[in-house]
Structures are given as structure tokens and as C-alpha cells.
Design a protein around this ligand. Structure first.
Ligand code: NAD
Length: 347
């Protein structure tokens, strides 16, 4: 896909400046690698701890390194000669993962600690950190009709235990590297991202992919039932991957956003029940809903307040959920078939 050039990035970054993308074997950083490649950037270094054959996407002409970035020496190697560093590497997953594996989530602090220092020492001009809506105060997100979260709602802090606190502390690193050392840092708080080439099975997948897979699985096995975590009333907003990559580019190249956390998410809120209905509509099926009250379900309600991003960038994520989910569903369906046929798939 040919993506439109971002004029801001073009005035700041030369096409042969070295861009380093951490976490590139995974979903969002994999898509970001492809995004910059398609824009004509010629020197991209993609890094992930997964062995190369497990990377979700392989982008031609990109230097791809398998390095565990929780070690300082590996971060130094990753950041050598970098002009821009995008840190999207983290040990993470959907609610099923982050509620169960808090230690793993907290240990991602090592990645950001070493990556930001290495980027600074390497003389990088800009550093991007992928934060999360999980950094917001959970007390504000108890009810399904909770108000949309604005950037100031992270404090007083009561973040998601483990994963959210790691994000909050890493954000602080970014702010202090700017304040004390003059490294230009950029922080986006992503709200649920979904799309093709994302995790869709295995325990780390998030709600949109999990629900599409369950609908596809039910059709394939002839089951008429779907298991839903919680009572299905939990609400969220979901951002399509193309909006996410474009937003990262715009945020990273906006001087007004240095060291300033900003929401990057859709503000179209739906309940999990509504998301299931949408996936059923796409799949042309209607399933009996079994609710599992003991399954991890996260906060009661969460949405992105996009006042700030609209004000500063004159832009917000806008892919309609139905359109993005259809593309995701079709992609997962193909993955499902490929896996059944014994082919290698993303999961
Ligand atoms: P992902 O799991 O698909 O990708 C993360 C990648 O980081 C993985 O490929 C993993 O192998 C790699 N990684 C983990 N530990 C590493 C290490 N020590 N060294 C090198 N690589 C390591 O997840 P994603 O959905 O692409 O998320 C990317 C970033 O966005 C993460 O920081 C995540 O917390 C953040 N985020 C994602 C969402 C979402 O909805 N997907 C929402 C909020 C925030």
C-alpha cells in the first residue's frame, strides 16, 4: 500500500536517516516498519527479541535484528547511529495476559530504561514511547458509561496494576529525559488497536481479534455458542491499525507534543456485546451467548477524549469500526484456514 507522505516528517527527517523500531516482530511496530518503508525511508532497523521466523511481518530491505532489549548492551547495538527511535517493544497482551502476568508487564520497564538511555547516548534526535490507556486512573473507569479519558486523567495516579504503572513510569522517564537532558521525546497513549497482522490466538490477543476468531471457529465447528468474558456490558473504543501508524508519525513530528502524553485512539465507544454483534453480522451468523463472569474483563468502561489531539494535530483516528473489523475478520479467517492447512501463521 502506498501511504501519503507526512509533510512534517519530510521536513524533519531525510529519507536515508536511520529509523530504529523496537518490537517490530509484533503487531503495531511491524505495521509501523511497513508504513515507513512504504513512504520511501531507506534505512530502517527493526528489532525484536523473537527469532526472525516468528515475526508477524517481514518488510523487504529492512535491517532486522533479533535482540532482547531488556539488556543494555543490546539496546546500545539497536540504537547505534539512530536518528529516530520508536520503542514499541513490551511484554504485553489483552486483559487475559495483563491481569495474570503482572511481573512480565512490569519488567518491560527494563526495555524503556535501556532504550531511552541508549537513544540519548547515540545522539538520536527523537524518541517515541508507546504508552497505553491503561495508564489512566482506574477509579474513573468503573462504569460502562464512564466519561471519555482526557490526558490529565492519569493523575492522581491509580493505573492498571503492573502494566499501567510500568507505562506511567516510562512516560516519566521520557518527560525527564527532555527536561534534564534535552532529548525530544514523544508519548502516545494508545487505546485498543486492532487490525490484520495482529495477535489473534494463544492468550495475548485482544477483544476484537478474539471475538472474530470465536465467530469463525463456531462457524467452522458447527457450534452455535460463543463465550464472552464478563457480562458483555464493558465498553471500549477500538482504533484501526492504519490510524495508529499515521498517528504515531504525526505525533513524533509535532514540536508542540514534546514530552507531552497524548491520547491516540478512537472515540467511538461500543460494548463488548455490540462488538460481538458486529462480528456476527460480518460472519453472517448469530450465536448463543454464554457469559463467563470469572474471566478477566478489565475496567467497566473506557473511551478516548480526542479534544487535545484534534486541537493540536487537526486530526483524529477515523476508520469506522465496521470497516476495520471487516478487514480484520477476513484476515483472521484466512489465518484460521491456513493454520488448519498446516501453514505457518501469526498468532
Ligand atoms: P505485540 O506483542 O504484538 O508487540 C510487542 C513486541 O515486543 C513483540 O513482538 C515482542 O516480542 C517484543 N518484545 C517484548 N519484549 C521484548 C524485549 N525484551 N526485547 C525486544 N522485543 C521485545 O504488541 P503490540 O500490540 O504491537 O503493542 C506494541 C506497543 O503498543 C506496546 O508497547 C504496547 O504496550 C502498546 N499498546 C498496545 C495496545 C494495543 O491495543 N495493541 C494498546 C495500548 C498500548
Amino acid at each position: 500500500m502506498r501511504v501519503k507522505d507526512n509533510p512534517e516528517a519530510n521536513s524533519i527527517l531525510k529519507k536515508d536517516d536511520l529509523i530504529v523500531i523496537a518490537g517490530a516482530g509484533g503487531f503495531i511496530a511491524g505495521a509501523l516498519t511497513r508504513y515507513f518503508h512504504d513512504q520511501g525511508f531507506t534505512r530502517i532497523r527493526a528489532v525484536d527479541k523473537k527469532p526472525l521466523y516468528q515475526w508477524y511481518q517481514h518488510v523487504p530491505g529492512v535491517e532486522s535484528l533479533c535482540l532482547d532489549l531488556s539488556y543494555e548492551d543490546n539496546c546500545k547495538r539497536a540504537c547505534e547511529n539512530a536518528v529516530e527511535v520508536y520503542n514499541l517493544a513490551a511484554d504485553m497482551g489483552g486483559m487475559g495476559f495483563i491481569e495474570r502476568f503482572r511481573v512480565e508487564c512490569l519488567r518491560s520497564i527494563l526495555i524503556n530504561t535501556h532504550m531511552i538511555e541508549s537513544a540519548y547516548r547515540a545522539g538520536a534526535q527523537r524518541y517515541f514511547f508507546s504508552s497505553s490507556a491503561c495508564a489512566y486512573n482506574t477509579e474513573l473507569q468503573k462504569r460502562p458509561d464512564a466519561c471519555a479519558l482526557k490526558e490529565s486523567d492519569a493523575y492522581p495516579a491509580m493505573a492498571e496494576r503492573g502494566y499501567g504503572w510500568e507505562k506511567l513510569v516510562s512516560e516519566m522517564f521520557c518527560q525527564e529525559y527532555w527536561a534534564e537532558r534535552g532529548l525530544k521525546t514523544f508519548i502516545a497513549r494508545f487505546h485498543n488497536v486492532y487490525g490484520p497482522w495482529g495477535t489473534w490466538d494463544g492468550g495475548r490477543e485482544k477483544a476484537p481479534a478474539a471475538i472474530c476468531r470465536k465467530v469463525i471457529e463456531a462457524k467452522d465447528t458447527g457450534s452455535d455458542e460463543i463465550v464472552i468474558w464478563g457480562d458483555g456490558s464493558q465498553t471500549r473504543s477500538f482504533m484501526y491499525i492504519d490510524d495508529c501508524t499515521q498517528g504515531i508519525d504525526m505525533i513524533m513530528h509535532c514540536e508542540k507534543l514534546i514530552a507531552t502524553p497524548i491520547n491516540l485512539g478512537s472515540n467511538y465507544m461500543v460494548s463488548v456485546n455490540e462488538l460481538v454483534s458486529l462480528a456476527e453480522k460480518i460472519g453472517g451468523s448469530e450465536l448463543r451467548r454464554q457469559y463467563d463472569p470469572d474471566a478477566p474483563k478489565g475496567v467497566g468502561g473506557r473511551n478516548s477524549d480526542n479534544t487535545f489531539i484534534k486541537q493540536v494535530l487537526g486530526w483524529e483516528p477515523s476508520t469506522p469500526l465496521e470497516e476495520g473489523l471487516k478487514k480484520t475478520y477476513v484476515w483472521i479467517e484466512q489465518q484460521y484456514k491456513d493454520r488448519k492447512a498446516g501453514k505457518r501463521t501469526v498468532s
